[in-house]
Design a protein around this ligand. Structure first.
Ligand code: SIN
Ligand code: FE2
Length: 235
């Protein structure tokens, strides 16, 4: 936990409670355990920090079997974010369209299984946001280098909109944009740091969201990158 404290002092200290003298060292007020973005959408600051030591080797093992790649959209654009997947289903894109598939198109092999520490974090974060019994079958692993961005989109390729999306931020900070149910709705800017989790489901499940171009601010554990995990019930 010591290492984690160095990377996200506000989030960690806020969870320790009672440490008012230490908290007073920081300018920002302590973040709440659950910050609402909507009736079914929450930021859980620092929720993933206790899991990080197990997440990072698990992600490296996934990456060794299914390397990150820059997908091409149906419109012919190459995405700035690099992607891989784990779980029974993985999300891919090419000139023919977007889809979930049990197979990695690069290797022809099934995607690596979802490592248990990832599945556990997803379940616990969903429960914390009020979605009990979340059983994701897909985890998209997105890697952002400085300058990479994700334009506003809805996560709507999944069959089951009854299940939430659970999104875990690791490494460099990012600004997450959270909009409404129509593309043109106003967006709020949500700063996310290493260990933060965002969950959106229920009536917020189809809200538009994206990520602003990443600033270069190397992270002590992950260097000049941000890794985002999004857990979904896709099938
Ligand atoms: C996504 O929308 O799939 C990823 C969001 C993020 O990187 O925070
Ligand atoms: Fe998304």
């Amino acid at each position: 936990m010591q290492g984690a404290c160095l990377q996200a002092p506000r989030a960690v200290l806020a969870r320790m409670g009672g440490m008012t003298t230490t908290l007073a060292l920081f300018d920002d007020p302590p973040r709440q355990e659950r910050e609402p973005l909507g009736p079914g959408a929450f930021v859980l600051p620092g929720f993933a920090l206790p899991f990080v030591d197990e997440l990072l080797p698990a992600i490296r093992a996934v990456e060794a079997r299914a390397p990150f790649r820059h997908l091409v959209t149906p419109g012919g654009f190459t995405m700035s974010v690099a992607l891989t997947n784990c779980g029974a289903l993985g999300w891919t894109s090419d000139r023919r369209g977007y889809r979930y598939s049990p197979f990695d198109p690069d290797s022809g092999l099934p995607w690596p299984a979802m490592p248990e520490p990832l599945a556990l974090l997803a379940r616990e974060a969903a429960a914390k946001a009020g979605f009990d019994g979340f059983a994701p079958d897909a985890c998209l692993v997105n890697r952002y280098a400085p300058g990479a961005r994700l334009s506003l989109h809805q996560d709507k390729d999944e069959h089951d909109y009854g299940a939430p999306i659970v999104s875990v931020s690791l490494g460099m900070p990012a600004v997450f944009l959270f909009g409404g149910l129509a593309r043109g709705d106003k967006t709020v800017r949500v700063p996310l740091v290493h260990g933060d989790v965002v969950v959106w489901g229920g009536e917020d499940r189809l809200r538009y969201h994206g990520v602003l171009p990443l600033k270069e601010a190397p992270h002590p554990l992950l260097g000049a990158q941000r890794i985002n995990l999004t857990f979904r019930k896709a099938g």
